[in-house]
Design a protein around this ligand. Sequence first.
Ligand SMILES: [Zn+2]
Length: 394
Amino acid sequence: MLLEEVPVAVDSFNHDGGVLFFCSHAHEDHLKGLNKKWRKGPLFASAITRQLLLLKWPSLEITALELGRTYQIPLMDGLEIEVYLIDANHVPGSVMFLFFGYFGSVLYTGDFRLHEKHQDIASLAPVRDKGLSRIYLDNTFCDPRFQQPSREDVAAAISKRFRRKWPCIIFVESYRLGKETLLLHLAQKLRSRVLVSEERKKTMRACGFESDQVQIQSCDPLQASEDLLQTEALRGCIWAISRQNLRKGMWQASDSGCAFHGIRATGWAEQARKEESMPSCEDLDENLVAVSDDGVFHYLYSDHCSFLELVQFLQFLPKAPVTFISPVGSSEGTYSFDGADGIQKLMASASVPSIRYSERPTRCFEKTSLPRAKRKAEGPHEEDGYEQKKSAGA
Ligand SMILES: [Zn+2]
């Protein structure tokens, strides 16, 4: 997204000329436009994100910034901005950016999960002294229906359940980045190793996840022999596997006569349950949403804030207009929601003066809490109170 206040692009790399680029974390959907030949301008990221990007594109030039330290970075025409990085508590290397300077102070959260340390943002000097001119907010789960419990609670519930089934192979669905703490929690509680792909092993090493307590081994379940699968099942192991290969891995283990289980841990678990028409089993175990016919356990586990946490986060901060980072979902499709309820409730609960957002694919709006008479004096508005604005970005 290209910020309105200053020539800075975050997690969006297709802009030309005079722009500073920042990457909040290394999830694929935040790297659009980057490639091995990318040279559009100065690029900044946390040290871990830099390492992860270099694994993918070794020729990129990236400046690593430390957390908790203020950097001055020159812009064109002798101007400069200052930036301060805050742990976003989303995935390894993920950060929020606090930009400040001649334009005021702007907070860009990137993807994040609320952490008690986020209360300290309000007491950082630029925020304490001058407030925030805008908050760019992760709105992935900005709807009251999303009430994901803490990741620690879910991880504890999972390890408790599978201790009763141990030893076995536990396939845990995961992307290339994320769920590391869940994998390590299970490995520690079940006194097991974590098996991952070769690529994932490099990623975990770049994130600093090699410890003496947990052994991380590279091994592809789809390439594993029957003997190996049987051995692993008898020893017990936690096996990270991609979404597309989860069922294939389980079938392979089944064909080999092994004891195994599959886990999908996602903030979208309830939507996945509906999509796959699975009966709800909330009463079976805390935080367990459903079990599919083929033995996949669906847990509500999120690296993003629940709706309540979004409200809490905004309540920690000085009041400021908000721009949603992601387009608000349409009502089409199982995983989509229209977003209107979330916008309304977020404004009311967190006293947000206005929320700027775009809808898929192109329409952009602003919802404001100003009284209708005042809004009328400021210009034309649509009948429903949604004010059409210029695009807030990609
Ligand atoms: Zn992410």
